[in-house]
Every structure is written in C-alpha cells, then in structure tokens.
Design a protein around this ligand. Structure first.
Ligand code: AMP
Ligand code: MG
Length: 410
C-alpha cells in the first residue's frame, strides 16, 4: 500500500469487514416490557393488529360537518346536532348539521371536514363557518400512521425511545429481545490501582475499566468486570480462562503491544488464536482480535484515548452484530474542517474534535486539543471524531467526515 509506511497494518474498513464476517449473533431471547426495552435488540418482526389512528379523528377543536353542506366562498350556518369530546363514540351526523368536536375526538360518520373554532362563530344551537373549507380539512384519517397488518419494526432493530412509543401505539406491551450480550472486561497492568485509593509511586489509576464499562452500558450489554490483571503469564491465563467461560466476548485493555511486559497476546495465542493484529488506526494500532477457547477476544490497546477510539470504532460494530443488531455501522456526516493536517495520514486518524456552527451557519469541526493516545481529556471535551483518512490530508475550509459521539455511544 503506497499510502502506508507499515504495510502489515490493516486498514480500518478491511479489519472491520474481517471482524464482522466472523461475528456470530447470539440466539437466546427473552420477553421484556416495552418500558424496559430501551437499547435492546428486537428478536422478531413486530406487526400491528390495529390501524393507528383507529378511526378518523379531529386535528383541531372546532366543528365537523360534511363539506357538501358548506357553500363555496361564502359563510355557512348550520345547526349543531351533537357534541363530541375525545374518548366518546359519536352518533352518525344528521345531514345538514354540524357537530361540536375537540382534538382527538372521532369524526362522526357523515362528516368529512373539520373547521377550527378560530374560523367559526357559534351560539348554543348553531354555528357559522366563516371560511369555506376543503373536504378533508383537519381530519386525521384512520390508519394514517399505521395500517393493520403492517410490519412496524423489524427483527434486529435496536429500540430507541420513539420505538417504545410506536410499539405502545399499536397496543404492544412486551416484546421479544435477544438476551443481553455478556462482555468480560479485563484491565491489564501492574501500574494500575482503582480510584478511591491513594496513588503510590509508579502507579496510575485504572481509567480504561470505567471508560469501557460506560461504553458497554451505553450499548446495552451486560459487563462482567474481571478487574485488574497483573502483568504475568499465569495471572493473564487464569483471567482469560475465567472470561472465556463466563462471557460471550472478551474485551481487554493493555498488554497487546510488543514489549516484554505484554502478556495478553501471547496468552491468547496459547489458549485460542489471534486472527488479526495491528490496524492502520490512530490511536489504537496494536489492537488484536481472535479467540480464547472459542470465545471471541478483542484486545484493545492500553492507552486511554486508544481504548475509547477502538471500542467505539472497532469493538462496537462487532459486539452489536454479536448482540443480533442490524444497524451497526455509524453514518459519518460531512462537515467543514477548521484545522489543517497537511501530512498524509499513515494510519486513519480519529481526531477528538468538537462540532460547532460557525458564523455562516455551517457545521465546522475543530480539534478538541491534544491528540496523544494517552490524553483522555480531549475525548471528554469533544463531541465526536473528525476522520483524517488513511493517505489523505485536511485543509481548513474543506469537507471532512465526522462521527458524532452520540452515534457511537448508543
Ligand atoms: P500497554 O499497552 O499495556 O503497554 O499500555 C499502554 C499505556 O496505557 C501505558 O502507559 C499504560 O500505563 C496505560 N494503561 C494501560 N492500561 C490502563 C488502564 N486500565 N487505565 C489507564 N491507563 C492504562
Ligand atoms: Mg501494560
């Protein structure tokens, strides 16, 4: 590859294809109430057995009548023959009359039009329609939203808040979903201690565990947290065996680079195998993928920003596919760069960036600050990744692709 000075590094898209081709979706399902379905993956197409709305209804507070009873370009006065609040089944409309009607109330048989009350003058027993209406005005027809018998949501769909409402709107109270994917998380490194204790010389706080726990939570998975694993072969092997037994997938951080203190990769090679190692991604080059005793393994790098990036870009689609989801790859948006990267990227870079509107109302990406793989604060400041494509350059004012964190953390 001409753009890449390290030809053994797999481009991100190619690595993703390999990963996704090997992903096997779990099959076990469970029923959950719609109120608890947020982020879960639908295990079966959902059909509506009703029309939504179930009958023609009024979009306004006003008067319902038949358009043929009004006179074009003139005021029309009609007797009021009934009053129809929402929730009441109306009587058929007497010909030549109007019904007082309210928003959401069923339009009676014989009426086809509603005029809003602001365009009417009325007394107890009669109404004058001031504007000539068009037949069908302000009537929300039966089945306008959903037709009985139609598929409202497909198998593999991840439930969003509006989906919960849509399911409820057709009377569905619980749905079949895939059971939550169990993801084991291991943090490797003798330098790590947990927050809440005082740092001793040589130590740092374990942050990857927390970033990953949050990312797994956001994606709707169950985390099996296996804590800190020290840098030696036996401890690593023990932890990986336990992870393989308990989880559907294993995600580790650290220990996959080339140093003598990196035991994870060697250990995975012993217990299963490595299918892919080292990506043309920045940060996150030493990412490894394989299996431990048949359980899929994703070895993320140790550096905190690299963990955040590789989890969002590489692990997320793989794990979502394993969870049974359909829509797993994020859609980048095209925005204007507000920074320069004149050197062609030797690895595809996911730059922590901030999308804002400039004075012309254009969506503009600015770098969030330091892009070192050890710097996590810029991931917190930013709201997405500006993509510096492999082999490409970036110039202020030119279009670039941007991935919003909100699309990667769901
Ligand atoms: P490694 O790949 O294990 O050599 O780790 C690369 C860098 O990431 C080192 O500076 C580690 O100290 C750091 N690191 C590894 N794991 C963690 C962690 N869980 N939290 C914070 N930093 C980490
Ligand atoms: Mg380490």
């Amino acid at each position: 590859m001409s753009c890449c000075d390290q030809p053994r590094l797999q481009p991100v898209e190619q690595a993703l294809e390999t990963l996704l081709n090997s992903a096997k979706a779990i099959v076990e399902t469970e029923m959950v109430p719609v109120t608890q379905a947020l982020g879960r993956v639908l295990a079966k197409d959902q059909l509506s057995t009703v029309d939504v709305p179930p009958a023609d209804n009024s979009a306004m507070d006003g008067f319902a009548f038949n358009a043929t009873d009004s006179t074009a370009n003139q005021q029309t006065t009609l007797p009021i023959s009934q009053r129809i609040p929402a929730g009441i089944a109306p009587q058929p409309l007497q010909p030549g009359t109007a019904a007082r009607i309210f928003t959401g109330a069923e339009v009676p048989i014989g009426a086809d039009t509603v005029v809003m009350q602001e365009n009417c003058e009325w007394a107890d027993d009669k109404v004058t329609v001031l504007l000539a209406p068009k037949a069908g005005d302000n009537v929300r027809p039966q089945g306008q939203d959903i037709k009985s018998g139609s598929v409202i949501m497909s198998h593999g769909h991840r439930i969003k808040p509006q989906d919960m409402g849509l399911l409820a709107s057709v009377g569905i109270a619980e749905i079949p979903v895939y059971r939550k994917l169990k993801v084991a998380i291991l943090s490797t490194g003798d330098e790590l201690i947990e927050p809440g204790t005082e740092l001793q010389p040589g130590q740092i706080y374990n942050s990857n565990r927390y970033t990953l726990t949050g990312q797994m939570d956001a994606l709707g998975f169950e985390t099996i947290d296996l804590g800190i694993v020290s840098d030696n072969f036996d401890a690593t092997e023990q932890a990986l065996r336990k992870a393989a037994k308990e989880a559907d997938c294993i995600v580790t951080s650290g220990g996959v680079s080339v140093g003598e203190e990196d035991y994870v990769k060697a250990c995975v090679e012993k217990l299963g195998g490595i299918d892919l190692w080292k990506l043309a991604i920045k940060p996150g080059k030493p990412l490894a993928f394989g299996n431990v005793l048949g359980t899929p393994f994703l070895g993320l790098p140790g550096n905190p920003a690299a963990v955040f990036v590789t989890c969002a870009i590489v692990a997320r689609p793989y794990l979502l596919k394993t969870q049974g989801a359909n829509d797993i790859l994020p859609t980048p948006i095209q925005v204007t760069a507000n920074f320069d990267r004149p050197k062609p990227a030797k690895r595809q870079e996911y730059l922590r960036a901030k999308l804002t509107l400039n004075e012309n109302g254009e969506a503009c990406a600015e770098l969030a600050g330091n892009q070192s793989s050890g710097v996590l604060s810029t991931a917190s400041v930013g709201n997405g990744f500006a993509i510096h494509p492999l082999g490409g350059t970036i110039k202020t004012g030119e279009p670039i692709l941007f991935l919003l964190f909100s699309d990667l953390l769901f």
